[in-house]
Write a protein that binds this ligand. Sequence first.
Ligand code: F6P
Length: 330
Amino acid sequence: MDRKDIRKIAVFTSGGDAPGMNAAIRAVVRTAAYNKLHVYGIQRGYEGMISGQIDRMERRDVANIMQRGGTILRTARSEEFRTPEGRKQAYNHLRAHDIDACVAIGGDGTFTGASIFSEEYDIPFIGVPGTIDNDIFGTDYTIGFDTAVNTAIEAVDKIRDTANSHNRLFFVEVMGRHSGYIALYTAIGSGASSVLIPEAKTNLEDLREVLRRNRARGKLFSVVIVAEGHEMGGAAGIAAQIEGDMELASMEPKVTVIGHLQRGGSPTAADRLLASQLGHGAVNLLLDGKENVAVGMVNHQLTCCSLHDAISKSKIPPEKLVEMASILAI
Ligand code: F6P
């Protein structure tokens, strides 16, 4: 599609909300307005596309939202969009509004929906990676990851106070359904004793050994960060596995699940900047005639890859960082 063919675009957020999504919406709306495009906001992601909740957005509609968590367009995980009937209805609504292209802000589920839709219909999509999990290929970081890690580190700092005062062993679970990025960065940033992620095999005996060794060396408390998606059932699963160890049991093991706290709150400066760059970049990609790609930031350079690659290629935490985390915890 040529630049001259794009006159009206729609923007929406879908899947789990992530801090910085509002900054991305703002960047899309303002960059489009600057280029004399009409912008429409779709409420609740693919759900709103199916039900026709599509409204015109002006430059001023995105004033004063940069600092707000969540998403002003709201979000949903749509089951109906997985069906051909749902996608047909969505297409009809986009056509009724003369939408020429869409900007989809979200994670792998959002990109999968966009990829399937773009194979069936002639409306191009640009994906903007927004998820706290940081598990999207084609970008070093996703919108919301930095804020989520900062929130998790702040929580672990507080837990350490209690762990220290009571000589306790804490298993702290952070989000990441299939991804250990939040866990790894939180562990490094909070100086945790150990980190357990889905991407690396866990040897329970090694973990017990580390905890016993720490105790023998006079370390009176330990904090272990566990990714939600860990194969042994998150922090509760790991805690149950070491229950029988008398020495460690004397440290009164406790489980804390930080949960959705990590999804909310005002975005960090890094997330605001990343979201602004990716939102701005997404509209420029459309104007350059790009279709069905995901925008990303790699080595501080704006880049893009196909939506297909973004969802099918895996992105896992660098082994070097995993190794470093355990070296720094000795
Ligand atoms: O994908 C982001 C994420 O926060 C995951 O880390 C988590 O497993 C999931 O969403 C939770 O989703 P929901 O809020 O729908 O339960």
